[in-house]
Design a protein. Structure first.
Length: 267
């Protein structure tokens, strides 16, 4: 099959210096911390800083039904209603087709990049919900070995994974778009282009909230009437050109995180 891809550019702003210790921090050395968390959150064994090359478009798979993704743009929304069911707070019951695989991958990226992954009980519940049963134990062991007290300290948390008093911990992943690179009746490889936020919002934070861009690749398998993750990998980018917005203050960022909820993603 020949799969299309759409490209584009958006603009954002790198923080500038100023009186606010939060807003004045530049990304600089913090990029390694963000990469470390996204590595752990999605069970990535190796980060490759590879530029994501633009690819030419192509026709959609001839076997797709009329209800699958539009021909005009690979990541355009289809208008299909998101799934209603949830398992441990994560959307579930996705359609058994390419579009359903993309919706599952987008929602799973959000779960694996969330702050809940720093809590052992919640992390295990997430893995039970989205990983193929035969791989759950392996994922749990890998993540238990990664979420150590020292790792928590590296991202600004207490050793037990709790947030220091007076701060707001931020760990969010937001899918920008998805595409299927390989598929069969019961398997699909899906790439999810994401932006992420990570850090502590607080006036004296030495780990201010910073943004990053990365692409996650998931191998999915249709099992127990839903799409589940078999393997996971990640690479940096593609990242947009910095824009002209000023960096928000610590209070503004903490308030935004507390007031703005997430979404259920569907194609």
């Amino acid at each position: 099959m020949s799969l299309g891809d759409d490209t584009g550019q958006t603009r954002t702003r790198l923080p500038e210096g100023g009186g606010d210790p939060y807003g004045g921090a530049r990304r600089g050395g913090r990029s390694s911390s963000r990469s470390l968390v996204t590595v752990v959150g999605v069970v990535v064994l190796l980060i490759a800083a590879i530029a994501f090359a633009n690819r030419g478009g192509g026709d959609s798979d001839a076997g797709e039904s009329a209800g699958d993704s539009p021909k005009a743009a690979a990541t355009a929304p289809s208008g299909r209603k998101p799934v209603d069911a949830q398992t441990t707070g994560i959307p579930s019951g996705f359609p058994h087709d390419r579009q359903g695989a993309q919706s599952a991958a987008a929602n799973y990226a959000v779960a694996l990049g969330s702050g809940e992954m720093f809590n052992k009980a919640r992390r295990d519940a997430i893995l039970q919900s989205i990983i193929v049963p035969a791989r759950v134990s392996d994922f749990e062991t890998t993540l238990d070995d990664a979420y150590t007290p020292q790792f928590n300290k590296n991202v600004g948390l207490n050793e037990d994974g709790t947030t220091p008093k007076g701060f707001t911990f931020v760990s969010r992943t937001s899918p920008i778009g998805t595409k299927v690179t390989k598929s069969s009746a019961d398997t699909a490889t899906v790439e999810v282009w994401c932006s992420g936020l990570l850090g502590l919002a607080g006036e004296s934070s030495t780990n201010p909230v910073t943004s990053s861009w990365f692409t996650i690749t998931m191998q999915l398998e249709w099992t127990t009437d839903d799409w589940k993750i078999v393997t996971h990998s990640q690479k940096d980018g593609p990242a947009p050109v910095p824009g002209d917005e000023r960096a928000s203050s610590a209070d503004e960022m903490a308030k935004a995180v507390q007031e703005y909820g997430g979404f259920t993603y569907a194609r």
